[in-house]
Design a protein around this ligand. Structure first.
Ligand code: 8DG
Ligand code: MN
Ligand code: MN
Length: 355
């Protein structure tokens, strides 16, 4: 390789948010392996180890070309012993024996299956695993299992929800939401955020931000929009949460969690799709093969215009980019960034001590 490669590689910045990352990943052979190990670590409750693998994968993702030698790797930031070993293994053998072993593990497979259910987190998945449950069938047939409404919907629509959502489908849903929102409040601004805003061609859900140029007009809009869509039979599941940002910044709520405080609904839409066999008269009760709709996960988030820039930044992702942006703000700028605001920690300390 040329001297240019050396210079470029040595210039990869340490924070993920400082790196320009191409849309197509040239290093998926390595990043897939590292992400498997990251998942496995998180399934074992080792969040630190999980994050270390994510960091390493994120660095490789940002490279404009495929990694070919271990020397290149040595010039990159963010690589610990373990991640290095895995990449070296793949460079030498074309695969990692350790990763192969992990993907064969019953616990890994089951945890992956269960955590892919909408509404099921690590704790629940692990409990079910400990109770001896192994498949979706086990969950569906279990008599004693207490599922939340969200999990019930997640299980019921598992197959649809684990099919990628296309850009065209996302645009359709944004348009549906926009039309209904405009019927209640002209001038409502609807923005497609998440992976689609980053230019991805498909995603696991549709993230939509809702705001209005006039502060406060957006309040109460979401329940009307959901109600209207529901009456049209377009909502399979929704859970409306009211906003909580009025109490979010009080000194005693030292919430360090990444959850934000907007009015929102994490919902499942029933999206009409062209039936592949073209039977026009297909209805709900028609056999599965001629189903003319698809369940799609939609996150709807309402923000007052004053917080919209932060919400847009926070909801565009990726998750790792956001984590890195917040880490950068805190460590390098001594400022707090979240989906609501960017502020100076020193000034807030002063304000709190004076109040
Ligand atoms: P994908 O759906 O195509 O798989 O990728 P994505 O669009 O990047 O992921 P996402 O899971 O839909 O998350 C999009 C962004 O939304 C992510 O960077 C973090 C942000 N986000 C918040 N608050 C919350 C929250 O409470 N829950 C979730 N799931 N995401 C949130 O700002
Ligand atoms: Mn998304
Ligand atoms: Mn989302």
């Amino acid at each position: 390789h040329s001297d240019v490669d050396v210079v470029v590689a040595s210039l990869v910045p340490a924070y993920g948010c400082q790196r320009r990352t191409p849309l197509t990943n040239k290093n998926c052979i390595f990043t897939d392996a590292l992400e498997t190990l990251s998942k496995e670590a998180s399934f074992c409750g080792s969040d630190g180890r999980s994050l270390a693998f994510i960091r390493a994968a994120s660095v490789l993702r940002s490279l404009p070309s495929t990694l070919t030698t271990i020397e290149e790797l040595n010039r990159l930031p963010g690589f610990g012993e373990h991640s290095k070993r895995v990449v070296q293994e793949i460079l030498e053998d074309g695969f990692s024996a350790e990763v192969e072993r992990v993907t064969q593990k019953e616990k890994y497979q089951t945890m992956k299956l269960f955590t892919n259910i909408f509404g099921v987190g690590m704790k629940t998945a692990n409990r079910w695993y400990q109770e001896g449950l192994r498949s979706l069938g086990d969950l569906r047939n279990s008599q004693k299992l207490k599922l939340s409404k969200q999990q019930e919907a997640g299980l019921q629509h598992y197959e649809d929800l684990n099919m990628p959502v296309s850009r065209a489908e996302a645009d359709l849903i944004a348009k549906m939401v926009e039309e209904v929102a405009h019927s209640f409040l002209p001038g409502t601004i609807i923005t497609l955020a998440g992976g689609f805003r980053r230019g991805k061609l498909s995603g696991h859900d549709v993230d939509i931000l809702i705001t209005h140029a006039q502060e406060g007009r957006e309040e109460g809009l979401l329940s009307k929009v959901i109600g209207q869509l529901q009456s049209q039979g377009l909502i399979l599941y929704h859970d409306l949460k009211r906003n909580s940002y009025h109490d979010a910044f009080s000194p005693d709520s030292k919430s360090t969690s990444n959850m934000d405080h907007f009015e929102r609904s994490f919902s499942i839409f029933r999206l009409k799709v062209a039936s592949h066999i073209g039977d026009i008269g297909a209805r709900d009760h028609s056999p599965e093969s001629s189903k003319d709709w698809k369940a799609v996960r939609v996150d709807l988030v309402v923000t007052p215009i004053s917080q919209y820039p932060y919400a847009l930044l926070g909801w565009t992702g990726s998750k790792h980019f956001e984590r890195e942006l917040r880490r950068f703000s805190c460590n390098e700028k001594k400022m707090v960034l979240n989906s609501h605001a960017l502020y100076d920690t020193v000034e807030v300390q002063v304000a709190i001590s004076q109040s």
